[in-house]
Design a protein around this ligand. Structure first.
Ligand code: GLN
Length: 244
């Protein structure tokens, strides 16, 4: 079997929130299981490999989003990779640019997104900043908590073809409507940083399972479980809500 190819896209544009950690987490969880993989970092001007198992996009500032969406649109290989069955995991600015449109800047200029997720993003009434806790229903029907840190001015509305990734327990998420993130086919968008896949191993393994087409045996990492429990207790102790 060929190595699982993890492609981290445009760190110079979408790298300021530490979301590259998601790529490291995926690679490490494959390594711990002895599964062959490679991690490729692609910068603007370099072609995106069209044959990834997982594409990763991270958070960034408004103007960087415009550059990223333009470069990805002209490159076209992300679309080819998704057509070929890759998984896409996109965070915050990365999530927004995967949608139909998003707005940026003081004049709320509307920019076309990549159209990989049926969502639209507009400037919200406030900036969503702080710890977020959501409830994610896993494919087997069990619920897993997702913890992270959100920091976005854009508020996202889902269209008919996208389903929410999770329901918000603490924080704002998509727009304060109780939903967080979006899933459409093999594309997943979400707001939390953390990096979110470091804080939420179940979600990391879900992304890997999608890419591999099979379930993965669990990893026993008590220190990760302890840190996670601390985070969840911390965010529940300092509840936030829209308007707070
Ligand atoms: N620029 C976007 C916003 O503020 C995304 C920010 C981010 O990626 N954290 O909505």
């Amino acid at each position: 079997m060929s190595p699982v190819r993890i492609v981290l896209i445009y760190q110079s544009l979408l790298g300021i929130y530490g979301d590259r950690g998601n790529a490291m987490v995926l690679a490490k969880r494959l390594e711990w299981r002895g599964i062959d993989h490679e991690l490729i970092v692609v910068e603007p001007g370099e072609p995106v490999p069209p044959d990834a198992g997982v594409y990763l996009l991270g958070g960034g500032e408004d103007m960087a989003q415009i550059s990223a969406v333009r470069a990805l649109t002209s490159d076209t290989n992300l679309f080819r990779g998704m057509d070929a069955g890759a998984v896409l995991f996109a965070v915050c600015a990365g999530y927004q640019i995967c949608g139909q449109t998003f707005t940026v800047g003081d004049h709320d200029e509307v920019i076309d997104g990549l159209g990989l997720l049926d969502v639209t993003t507009r400037r919200g009434p406030q900036r969503a900043v702080g710890e977020i806790l959501t409830r994610w229903t896993r494919p087997d029907g069990s619920v897993s908590l997702i913890t992270g840190f959100e920091n976005h001015g854009g508020f996202t509305t889902l269209g008919a073809d996208a389903a929410p990734l999770a329901q918000v327990e603490v924080g704002i998420g998509n727009s304060g409507d109780g939903t967080e993130g979006a899933v459409q086919g093999r594309a997943i968008g979400t707001y939390p940083h953390g990096p979110v896949l470091a804080r939420n191993p179940d979600l990391a393994d879900h992304v890997l399972s999608l890419a591999l087409g099979r379930d993965l045996e669990p990893l026993d990492l008590p220190e990760v479980d302890r840190l996670r429990a601390d985070r969840i207790a911390h965010v529940r102790a300092g509840r936030r809500r829209v308007g707070a």
